[in-house]
Ligand binder design. Structure first.
Ligand code: AMP
Length: 484
């Protein structure tokens, strides 16, 4: 199939071929004709599937034919959860629409509102916006929707996660009833279906890859490691494998800052990107990462969502996400548009529950690789896709010296089953006490460990971090402004 057969006109086809796209991706093949035909669309599509062009190209096609936008009016509104995604979608609109006489712009928070109001004054055919700033602009009379033809909700699941539901409802109330609705979401939870009910009419449903299945091209593995050793292990992995561009996920903004500082102190160019950073700092970090001057970008889930970085080879989960679906979003940053990539998770014993949830979601046990000198003291239990991790433990006999009945680290080590260790180059290393279960380890041939293990390994007992703050999950308009 070619783009010519999808009903797009020459100016758009020229822009697509200038981008180097030869064949439409599956979502584009399905969505483009449906949108041109005026149908509502509800699409389950992960990032990396080409969904942006899937809705942008047919919208441009339709808008190229109607009456141009009058002052302060908008003809197509694309709502995105984050500023970065808004900026990227807006870039795509400009790229694909470069041969058309259409105006487009992007509005989001964290930057001055006046220049945005000026741009809207003449009217725009396509407006890309984050919900909070759009409402501010509406309240000031800078945006009007009498001419609105199409609404797109991009990454709708993430909008709900971020608490934008009330803003979205307010925006929907401002729009004309007669309009075309397109909704894109990586996953279709009950909440999303509920939102869709009040939004799309008799939609064409498109699902280009089975929901909750990670991009097949991504090679996934994990390193069991104690929490305190994660940063040193990451340093070693980056240096040993000479990774040049790594996107690292942490669960919290604070954790992202701390890790970026630690990497910098070890001579690895790193920058953190999250909701507390100014828009200028976020844009600069992203640009530096794309250009190669920043080797490691440490990001929280919300900041990283929607980042489109071509050919990203490595994604590292420094912390596993609490929401298993986020694992899929994270590893979707690599292996995009046919490229191959690696997703590596550093998993400590505390994260067993998150690991099990993820493995059940993707219906796959993630391969484990032990790294020399980083074998965890606190054992990461073997996972199973079948049984729920047991929470009911038999009461233990309290040993002398163990007032709380917990095992000491030495005992914990004693409980680890000896394994058949296989280096990544395939050489089997039989341990004295081989069992059928196999684990994998990366050979550290020099025997050196830049992060050197702490002398007192019991000091690495991992604290449960579930009490940490999430990145910018808004409950109030005050804390939501971080993402506007
Ligand atoms: P998206 O899922 O919209 O974020 O797109 C992911 C990446 O795929 C972007 O870098 C696009 O430029 C690229 N892309 C989109 N459509 C195509 C296509 N038909 N052929 C090749 N690359 C594409």
């Amino acid at each position: 199939m070619t783009f010519d057969s999808l009903g797009l006109s020459a100016p758009i086809l020229d822009a697509v071929s200038a981008k180097g796209y030869e064949t439409p991706s599956p979502i584009q093949a399905k969505a483009i004709p449906a949108v041109i035909a005026g149908q509502d669309v509800m699409a389950a599509a992960q990032t990396g599937t080409g969904k942006t062009a899937g809705f942008t190209l047919p919208i441009l096609e339709k808008l190229s034919q109607g009456e141009r936008a009058r002052p302060n009016q908008v003809r197509a509104l694309i709502l995105t959860p984050t500023r970065e995604l808004a900026a990227q979608v807006s870039e795509s609109v400009a790229t694909y629409g470069k041969n058309l006489p259409l105006r487009s712009t992007v509005v989001f928070g964290g930057v001055k509102i006046n220049p945005q109001m000026m741009k809207l004054r003449k009217g725009v055919d396509v407006l890309v916006a984050t919900p909070g700033r759009l409402l501010d602009l509406c309240n000031q009379g800078a945006v009007k929707f009498d001419q609105l033809e199409v609404l797109v909700l991009d990454e709708a699941d993430r909008m709900l996660d971020m608490g934008f539901i009330h803003d979205i409802k307010k925006i929907l109330n401002l729009l004309p009833r007669q309009r075309q609705n397109l909704m894109f979401s990586a996953t279709f939870s009950d909440d999303i279906r509920q939102l869709a009910k009040g939004l799309v009419n008799n939609p064409v449903e498109i699902s280009v890859s089975p929901p909750n299945t990670p991009v097949a091209a991504v090679e996934q593995w994990l390193c069991p490691v104690d929490k305190k050793q994660k940063s040193a292990l990451l340093t070693q992995l980056i240096e040993k494998h000479n990774w040049s561009q790594v996107l690292v996920f942490t669960r919290t903004k604070h954790g992202a800052n701390r890790l970026a500082r630690q990497l910098e102190s070890r001579g690895i160019n790193a920058s953190a990107i999250h909701g507390n950073k100014s828009q200028g700092a976020r844009t600069k970090a992203l640009a530096g990462f794309k250009a190669g001057s920043i080797r490691v970008l440490v990001a929280t889930d919300i900041a990283a969502r929607g980042l489109d970085i071509d050919h990203l080879p490595q994604v590292v989960n420094f912390d596993l996400p609490n929401v298993p679906e986020d694992y899929i979003h994270r590893i979707g940053r690599t292996g995009r548009a046919g490229a191959t990539g690696q997703a590596i998770s550093l998993v400590c014993a505390d994260e067993f529950k998150q690991l099990t949830d993820i493995e059940r979601l993707i219906n796959q046990i993630i391969e484990r690789k032990l790294v020399d000198d980083f074998e965890p003291v606190h054992h990461l239990p073997e996972s199973s896709l079948k049984q729920r991790p047991s929470h009911t433990k038999k009461p233990k006999k309290v040993k002398p010296g163990h007032r709380d009945g917990q095992r000491s680290s030495e005992n914990a080590r004693g409980h680890r089953s000896p394994d058949r260790l296989v280096s990544v180059d395939g050489n089997a290393k039989q341990s004295a006490n081989s069992k059928s279960r196999s684990r994998y380890r990366l050979d550290n041939q020099s025997g050196e460990n830049p992060g050197s293990r702490p002398k007192n390994r019991t000091g690495s007992s991992a604290r449960n971090s579930s009490g940490n703050h999430h990145d910018n999950r808004p409950g109030t308009s005050r804390n939501r402004s971080g993402n506007r």
